[in-house]
Design a protein around this ligand. Structure first.
Ligand SMILES: [Zn+2]
Ligand SMILES: [Zn+2]
Length: 175
């Protein structure tokens, strides 16, 4: 997947312990290396779409120097209580929730085939990127919905197995 990082316009990091806003786009963070401003950077998907601010809040990628001097951080300390606020890595954002739930394993060959399809085909079109954004908002809820419904899981497994036959051949098997 073609991913670059761009500065998020609106975001805030809320401390999980004291629930105060530890930092936001309005706070003037400084790079400890070169003293330039630093901000939250989020991944831009292939189709030119990027994560919306409400997603950025819960899935921020990294705090980075605006001047690109090489400094970045994936965590920050809460100024109120000193707790560490851990950012999520891109890898966390890339799960195939529904397929993973159905096959019970994110490394299952069929889950991996669909992940490759998403990265190489879906993510490279504007509508595809839009779909992925939608999916990352709704996916976890759908995955939870079917979590304890073995029959639903079985049905989706059969549909995915069938759909697999329509994927480009080179994506179907591990290389
Ligand atoms: Zn810097
Ligand atoms: Zn705190």
């Amino acid at each position: 997947m073609d991913v670059t990082l761009v500065r998020a316009k609106e975001w805030q990091a809320v401390c999980p312990k004291c629930e105060k806003i530890a930092a936001s786009h309005e706070s003037d963070m400084r790079c400890p290396n070169c003293n330039s401003t630093a901000g939250l950077y989020i991944p831009v998907l292939g189709g030119g779409q990027h994560w919306q601010s409400e997603q950025a809040e819960s899935s921020w990628h990294q705090i980075k120097c605006d001047k690109d001097c090489g400094w970045y951080s994936t965590q920050l300390d809460c100024p109120s209580c000193g707790s560490t606020i851990q950012g999520k890595f891109l890898e966390d954002l890339r799960k195939c929730f529904v397929a993973t739930t159905c096959f019970g394993d994110s490394q299952h060959p069929i889950v991996k085939a669909f992940r490759r399809y998403r990265d190489q085909y879906i993510a490279n079109s504007v509508y595809g990127a839009e779909f992925i954004n939608w999916y990352y908002r709704k996916g976890p809820a759908y995955a939870e919905l079917i979590e304890h419904r073995p029959v639903a899981k079985w049905c989706i497994r059969q549909v995915l197995k069938l759909a697999l036959l329509f994927l480009p051949k080179e994506l179907r098997t591990d290389r």
